[in-house]
Design a binder for this molecule. Structure first.
Ligand code: ATP
Length: 365
């Protein structure tokens, strides 16, 4: 398997659209990297440039240190799995998987061996004689993955491979692809707009917006230390709540609106006193303020999403006037019915702070 390096890669389409802007990513040998971002952020174009399906306007693409910019797709030793599977309808599963190898004039016994091994790994041996139309969505997706495996590529590229599947199958295929990654010790670049997929699958995630990489890192690192407001709002479900407020010094103690700034953050934030900032609060960082405890956010329960073990409470606060979401255990929040007043605290030291103008995280990454 292999290391893939994107160095200052840009893509400008003939109509002048800069779909990918100065992207630098290193994908280590055997690493599972997920490119994630909203629709139109340039993640598919980045993947297609790695595959050789799209020319690179500027920058360098290296695989194992070798420049790939001008290599034909078939000479890059890469296999790509698409969202729509792209199986040949008139061929059996076996033929679909064998086709690419036949074209390469690989000996018949070798093809047979590779197809059967891939079918075994993916648990589709019993479907080898069927045509794609006689398979479920999940089975077709496995055939598409099988077709990639038999090529024994240096790098696997996945472009939203699970988005056609229903929720349950998506969870199952997610687990299968993670297991496959370990089993094949494969280098994988995986594109998705689904942040849950990114969080659960990637060794490393690359969050993109408007063609620009916003942040790269291990999923939990990015979750806990978003570099800017965009990443903070994009990663996490339900999303982070944001409050615009002024940072004030009240008798030596810093407050962001009504919320006291934790001592460990006060020194770094003191330079912003008097300025507008945005405070970010994850839904799970709220607590119920008990009897006699000071509540930091209060409001009226406007909607409840019961998830079983926990509730997502949508709360309309009066001061400041915002709707925010708090995720609280069902046991502790069961008494909060629609229309009732909720008094909440915030876990100490869990607030995020952003520059209101630039969106930059004020405590650094
Ligand atoms: P999605 O999740 O919707 O597929 P994406 O993040 O993969 O989005 P891309 O498909 O890479 O985004 O597109 C990035 C930008 O480039 C978009 O603004 C898109 O409209 C534009 N774009 C893509 N292909 C072309 C093309 N062939 N010509 C001109 N512009 C294009």
């Amino acid at each position: 398997m292999s290391k893939v390096e994107l160095k200052n890669i840009s893509k400008v389409f003939p109509d002048g659209i800069r779909a990918v802007d100065d992207v630098t990513i290193t994908i280590e040998n055997e690493e599972f990297v997920v490119l994630v971002g909203p629709s139109g952020c340039g993640k598919s174009t980045t993947l297609r440039m790695i595959a050789g399906l799209e020319d690179i306007s500027s920058g360098e693409l290296l695989i194992d240190g070798e420049l790939m910019n001008y290599r034909e797709p078939r000479d890059r030793n890469i296999a790509m799995v698409f969202q729509n599977y792209a199986l040949y309808p008139h061929m059996t599963v076996y033929e679909n998987m064998a086709f690419g190898l036949k074209i390469k004039k690989i000996p018949r016994e070798e093809i047979n061996k590779r197809v059967r091994e891939a079918a075994r790994i993916l648990d589709i041996e019993q479907y080898l004689d069927r045509r794609p139309k006689a398979l479920s969505g999940g089975q077709r997706q496995r055939v598409a993955v099988g077709r990639a495996i038999v090529r024994q590529p240096k790098v696997f590229l996945f472009d939203e491979p699970l988005s056609n599947l229903d929720a349950k199958l998506r969870v199952q295929m997610r687990a299968e692809i993670i297991a496959l990654h370990k089993r094949l010790a494969a280098t994988i670049v995986y594109v998705t707009h689904d942040q849950v997929e990114a969080m659960t699958m990637g060794d490393k995630i690359v969050v993109m917006k408007d063609g620009v990489v916003q942040q790269t890192g291990a999923p939990l690192h990015v979750y806990h230390n978003p570099t800017n407001r965009f990443v903070a709002g994009f990663i996490g479900s339900p999303p982070m709540n944001f409050l615009r407020c002024r940072l004030e010094d009240r008798g030596g103690i810093l407050y962001a609106g009504n919320v006291r700034v934790a001592d460990e953050h006060a020194t770094a934030l003191r330079v912003m006193v008097g300025r507008e900032i945005e405070v970010g609060i994850r839904p799970e960082d709220f607590t119920i303020a008990g009897e006699g405890e000071k509540s930091e956010m209060s409001g009226t329960v406007a909607m409840i999403e019961p998830l079983g073990g926990e509730n997502n409470l949508h709360i309309d606060a009066e001061e400041p006037e915002v709707r925010f979401i708090a995720t609280l255990g069902s046991d502790e929040s069961g008494f909060l019915h629609l229309g009732r007043k909720a008094h909440l605290g915030i876990k100490k030291g869990h607030l995020k702070y952003f520059d209101a103008e630039t969106g930059r995280a004020l405590l650094g990454e």
